[in-house]
Design a protein around this ligand. Structure first.
Ligand code: DON
Length: 317
């Protein structure tokens, strides 16, 4: 994809080339009007569709930011890879693998369909993510959400809050996810009380992040689990490599094949409007723009990732 070389006139050649490139992306794709703000969680429908932020973190801890990178929005499904990594490190790979598959489903994120063993296809779709939160709940009980929130904060390098209104809105309307929860419990994938697991999952999805946070979180994935800003080893390299593997095959749901073909960078989207992309040993990208395509992926965020991949030849294959 071609991006105009100059971008906004205010940006002079004294700025670093990468920042000028991100600024050009921002200027060009701000004109993109396609997509719609998610409203199946009613509170998400209040998002400002004009908001647009792009942030890129390098593995030496430098963070580039353009546009609305400090606006908080809910992490939603971008929490899934981090909670999967947390489950791997907390319960061990054997326990996690006994409950959740690693195959792409080819289905939308909220599909109720399970695999041939009646387990979730992978940890990136809702069924797998709910199962993951259920696994954490098995060991942490009522402390599950707080354990997750603190882990997410270590990836971001700061303490993260929760959007109580979005949490309450999803809890009030999330019967499809509850149905998935009961299906998982009847198949012994979830062993605890379904309501408790779902409340922890809804809270996890309502954790507030910015595009900058997402870039740092993605860079931590790209950096084998070491947060490049704080220097903390947040997760084991093993958990991170398995997480990136599942992001590669399933992070973008029923667009995952197209994504890895066109962009070639492991990524995860969220219905709050975020996309995180983590290129191992290179960089982390976070974008925020709330208008989504029919797969639930941010329209402008996809454009940014396509442009970044093609401009810097970042396709990993
Ligand atoms: O469970 C849900 O439906 C939401 N809390 C998260 C879904 C989501 O972010 C899908 N991503 N693009």
């Amino acid at each position: 994809m071609k991006v105009s070389p100059t971008g906004a006139a205010a940006w002079t050649s004294s700025k670093p080339p990468l920042l000028r490139f991100l600024n050009a992306c921002h200027a060009d794709f701000a004109a993109e009007t396609g997509g719609a703000v998610a409203d199946y969680i009613p509170e998400l429908g209040k998002a400002d569709p004009a908001h647009f932020g792009i942030s890129l973190a390098t593995l030496d801890g430098h963070v580039y930011e353009v546009g609305d990178t400090q606006i908080p929005f809910t992490i939603q499904s971008m929490s899934k890879p981090f909670v999967f990594a947390l489950a791997l490190d907390t319960l061990g790979a054997a326990r996690v693998e006994s409950a959740i598959g690693v195959e792409p489903s080819g289905d939308p994120f909220n599909s109720i369909r399970l695999n041939a063993e009646n387990h979730p296809f992978n940890a990136m779709v809702n069924a797998g993510a709910i199962a993951c939160t259920g696994l954490i709940h098995e060991t942490k009980g009522d402390g599950a959400f707080e354990y997750i929130r603190q882990a997410l904060g270590r990836f971001a390098g700061r303490d993260l809050d929760v959007d109580d209104a979005v949490y309450a809105s999803e809890s009030a309307t999330g019967d499809r996810n509850r149905a998935i929860g009961y299906l998982l419990r009847t198949n012994a994938v979830i062993k605890d009380n379904v309501t408790s697991v779902l409340e922890a999952y809804f809270r996890q999805c309502a954790v507030l992040v910015t595009a900058r946070d997402i870039a740092v979180m993605a860079a931590t994935l790209a950096n084998r689990g070491v947060n490049p800003v704080t220097g903390e080893q947040v997760m084991t390299p093993y958990a991170i490599s398995r997480t990136l593997s599942v992001m590669t095959s399933s992070g973008m749901y029923d667009y995952a094949g197209e994504w890895i073909y066109r962009v070639g960078i492991p990524a995860k989207s969220g219905v709050g409007g975020g996309i995180l992309a983590a290129l191992p040993a290179r960089l982390g990208l976070g974008s925020y723009s709330p208008k989504l395509d029919k797969h639930g992926n941010s329209v402008r965020g996809i454009k940014v990732c396509e442009a970044l991949s093609s401009h810097y030849n970042l396709h990993m294959l």
